[in-house]
Design a protein around this ligand. Structure first.
Ligand SMILES: *Cc1c(COP(=O)(O)O)cnc(C)c1O
Length: 315
């Protein structure tokens, strides 16, 4: 179900979907999932939120081209490509991995994310992992300007001040009844917006999908509030890492609740959240809102890899 996205005027709010599971009854905890994944199949969840005010600014400044960075299966890359097309921008994606440039036809054929981005008109520039690390250096940006002309730069993962402003719109006044707001954390942009928009009596809990101690400092750049914490035990080995337990969890959760989670972000959050509930981490009567930040487009690419082990995410 894709909502028609109007990046320039419309305020979108997604529904809260109550989850029923025996463990929730047993512990006396209410869990709702905010279905940001239903906003759009490709400009999904927090990526829509993060792009919204950036696209407005790009348009207001007269830009015709958006340039951004990402990995080969990135939700942000595909969202930028599709949102750019919908709003009349050219898009350029700086993609990590120069080996992907060797046979572009093959790369596109093998990678559903890049295929969709390509169909949406995105021009790719594949760079080595080494160059990718220097992507925000002045020297590299000058090279890009020399090659592509003027562009509006959107950072990796889409996180900047305007992205956080967009993420502040994920929760609304109707969500003030919740005691906890939970989300997955990549760069920390989304949780920063949620923290800014939260009530002081609410607690915002982030579940990083990657290892690393830098996230706390990143989040503190964007918010001065302190009603938040990170649960760092549920990254499953690091960014884009998963195992048979997580894949089985996704399939079981989908069967029991009819909510499909993605293996890179949202499944790690819900898995961790249910683990904490099991261990009596929330007192009886707690009302929890977990944000489904989307990312379901990535399942196809993950399934291609799982296929070799005879595993599949059923969707
Ligand atoms: C990008 C992404 C995140 C991480 O958001 P940040 O703002 O980078 O922390 C979480 N969930 C999904 C599905 C994403 O695509």
């Amino acid at each position: 179900m894709d909502l028609k996205i109007d990046f320039f005027t419309r305020q979108i709010s997604s529904r809260n979907h109550q989850i029923f599971l025996p463990i929730l009854d047993e512990k006396g905890v209410e869990l709702f999932i905010k279905r940001e994944d239903e906003i759009h199949s490709f400009v999904s969840g927090n990526k829509f939120r993060k792009l919204k005010y950036n696209l407005q600014k790009a348009k207001n400044e007269g830009h015709t081209t958006l340039l951004t960075f990402g990995g080969a299966f990135s939700n942000h890359i595909i969202a930028t490509a599709v949102a750019g097309k919908m709003n009349g921008f050219n898009t350029i994606g700086i993609i990590r991995g120069d080996e992907l440039a060797t046979d572009l036809q093959q790369t596109i054929q093998d990678n559903p994310t890049l295929q969709k981005a390509h169909e949406s008109g995105m021009i790719f520039e594949f760079v080595s992992r080494e160059t990718y690390r220097t992507k925000i250096s002045e020297e590299f940006l000058e090279q890009l300007t020399a090659k592509f002309g003027n562009f509006y730069l959107i950072p990796e993962g889409g996180t900047n001040e305007l992205a956080i402003k967009g993420c502040e719109e994920i929760v609304t006044v109707n969500d003030s009844k919740f005691d906890y707001i939970c989300c997955s954390v990549g760069t920390g942009g989304t949780i920063s917006g949620l923290i800014n928009a939260s009530e002081d009596y609410q607690k915002v809990i982030g579940f990083p999908s990657l290892k690393g101690d830098f996230l706390k400092t990143e989040i503190e750049k964007y918010t001065t509030k302190t009603n938040w914490s990170l649960q760092t035990d549920f990254h499953f080995g690091g960014y884009a890492k998963y195992n048979a337990t997580l894949i089985r969890f996704i399939n079981d959760f989908n069967e029991e609740t009819k909510v499909l989670l993605d293996p890179i972000y949202t499944a790690k959050m819900i898995y961790g959240l249910l683990q904490i509930i099991k261990n009596d981490g929330f007192k009886k009567g707690s009302k929890i809102l977990a944000i489904h930040t989307g990312g379901l487009q990535g399942i196809q690419g993950v399934n291609q890899k799982l296929h070799k082990n005879n595993e599949q995410i059923i969707h």
